[in-house]
Write a protein that binds this ligand. Structure first.
Ligand SMILES: *Cc1c(COP(=O)(O)O)cnc(C)c1O
Length: 387
């Protein structure tokens, strides 16, 4: 049996994989099992922020591997503490809880929100407002938080306590705040899986005002938007808001699993010993890699991200066969006249890897993709869309 056959026989059928294996690469160039090269505009779904086999990240990871690979949270650990410090200094958040994925980071945020609501307003204050078309993860509770019916099918009953507002409609949130005892509003500033659409700035500003007035928490899910992806270290920074909780994962680890829930002033002392935990959370190897990644996301790199973003928008907007271009930074959705699946397959044939979000082609290139490679990939994408 070849690898595809073994996979189909032994791996649970939850993934509709593309028909190729990625085996190695360097930066934004990846190779399949036949040695064919591709320019990667998918980065393992916004994870490999500096591409694959990046030297600096590898050095940080290998140096830590040589020391100790895991300690559990029964002991203090330098990489974990230093990463938390760096995250707090760069964001103004106060404390961090580490886990291993976006879903877990959001689970912790949901715990924080419920705890805050209960403590402040009583046991029945547990409803969390999320947005229609959102995506917050695959655990039962983060699925419950996800405002898309299709994800709920087969897995009912969902965790109770989630209601869904219309994105960019403040009255929709206000109505839910009036009719439910709410402890938090949880949003993605750029909805990723939902189709790569950014929230309006005025709406987000009004939302911040509303949650402050109502004494409910503002939770921002930056699992996908975070770590330089949208052209700021975290997307909320460009919106000029101060969230109470920020979750992140994907790009933070540079390719190793990590989740982080950052707690702001209002919730910094909410958790005490025993209230949450994780065996792997804060793993020293993942944290050492993440710290090296975070330190490289500086003003210079972020400026480059914004410039590359502007280049992609300029190239694609109004191009033949393109209906719309959405998103922010290097998190971009392209709505095509052609079926997205067909565009993705044709790009792949011609050596460019792109992925999907709903009916759109989604681009998530490495933050440091060389301009020459980006130009080549966008040229191929444009040709495929125009055909
Ligand atoms: C990917 C994603 C998640 C889930 O992250 P996992 O690491 O797959 O658990 C949650 N929220 C958003 C916005 C995401 O993009």
């Amino acid at each position: 049996m070849n690898i595809i056959e073994i996979d189909k026989q032994y791996i649970a059928g939850t993934y509709a994989r593309f028909p190729l294996q990625l085996v190695e690469g360097k930066g934004s160039i990846v190779k399949d099992e036949t040695g064919k090269e591709y320019i990667d505009l998918g980065t393992g779904i916004a994870v490999n922020g500096f591409g694959v086999a990046d030297d600096e990240w590898k050095q940080a990871v290998i140096a830590q591997l040589d020391k100790i690979q895991h300690t559990s949270n029964l002991y203090y650990s330098e990489p974990c503490a230093l990463l938390a410090q760096e995250l707090c200094l760069r964001t103004g958040m106060k404390k961090v809880f580490f886990s291993n994925s976006g879903a877990e980071a959001n689970e912790c945020a949901i715990k924080a929100a419920r705890h805050y609501g209960q403590t402040k307003k009583g046991k029945d204050c547990y409803t969390i407002i999320t947005l229609k078309n959102s995506f917050h993860g695959r655990t039962i509770t983060t699925l419950s938080a996800t405002g898309q019916e299709v994800f709920h099918e087969y897995f009912t009953p969902m965790t109770e306590g989630f209601v869904f507002a219309d994105a960019n409609d403040i009255d929709s949130v206000k109505n839910l705040v009036k009719t439910h005892k709410c402890c938090a509003v949880m949003i993605e500033l750029v909805q990723g899986e939902g189709g790569v659409t950014a929230l309006n700035k005025e709406y987000v500003a009004e939302l911040e005002k509303l949650v402050k007035e109502e004494d409910i928490l503002l939770v921002v899910d930056e699992v996908q938007t975070g770590n330089g992806r949208t052209g700021d270290l975290y997307a909320y920074m460009d919106y000029g808001i101060t969230p109470d909780v920020v979750t992140t994962a994907k790009g933070l680890g540079g390719g190793l699993p990590i989740g982080a829930t950052m707690l702001g002033e209002r919730v910094e002392n909410l958790f005490t010993a025993g209230m949450n935990g994780s065996t792997f959370g804060g793993n020293p190897v993942a944290c050492a890699g993440a710290l090296s990644i975070l330190k490289r996301i500086d003003d210079h790199l972020l400026k480059e991200v914004r410039e590359k973003s502007a280049y992609i928008f300029t190239e694609l907007m109004g191009a033949k066969g393109v209906k719309s271009v959405s998103g922010k930074g290097l998190m971009i959705g392209v709505e095509c006249e052609k079926d997205a699946g067909e565009v993705i397959a044709k790009c792949r044939e011609r050596g460019v890897l792109v992925i999907k979000a709903k009916h759109k082609v989604r681009l998530l290139p490495a933050l440091n993709i060389p301009m020459e490679q980006l130009k080549k990939a966008i040229k191929t994408l444009k040709e495929v869309i125009a055909e």
